[in-house]
Design a protein around this ligand. Structure first.
Ligand SMILES: [Zn+2]
Length: 131
């Protein structure tokens, strides 16, 4: 909502609070002269169109670019974040469990080595002093 304070009350990513932010050119934030256009889309995601604005937080001076998108894309982003979080958690669990499995396999391999040594001992019938 536009206010008489010289900007719009919106979330400032640096303040992490709702603050009054002045609209500025996105090019003033990105320092890219091609950012003067406000209607944009990603060439590799042509279905995602957005309207961008540069923003200047009047409380902390932070400059950032905001974008208006179809809310369905935000919902998709949240779902993808949740899915990625679950994949990351499962990958971490897999890494821990595979390390434990590798340790167990190593111990099993050592035990089999002992068994093989016993079998050889029996085949040869020799008794040697190991000291
Ligand atoms: Zn701020």
């Amino acid at each position: 909502m536009r206010t008489s304070k010289g900007g719009t009350d919106m979330y400032c990513p640096r303040c992490k609070k709702i603050k009054t932010c002045k609209a500025i050119s996105a090019a003033q934030v990105t320092m890219d002269t091609s950012d003067y256009a406000q209607r944009k889309y990603y060439t590799e995601h042509a279905d995602i169109h957005f309207f961008q604005r540069g923003r200047l937080c009047l409380s902390c001076g932070h400059r950032f670019v905001s974008g208006e998108v179809d809310l369905e894309f935000l919902q998709e982003l949240i779902e993808l974040r949740d899915a990625l979080k679950e994949i990351k958690s499962n990958a971490e669990m897999y890494t821990k469990q595979s390390a434990a499995a590798a340790d167990s396999l190593s111990k099993l391999n050592n035990s089999l080595g002992v068994l093989k040594a016993l079998k050889l001992y029996r085949k040869t019938g020799k008794r040697e002093n190991l000291d």
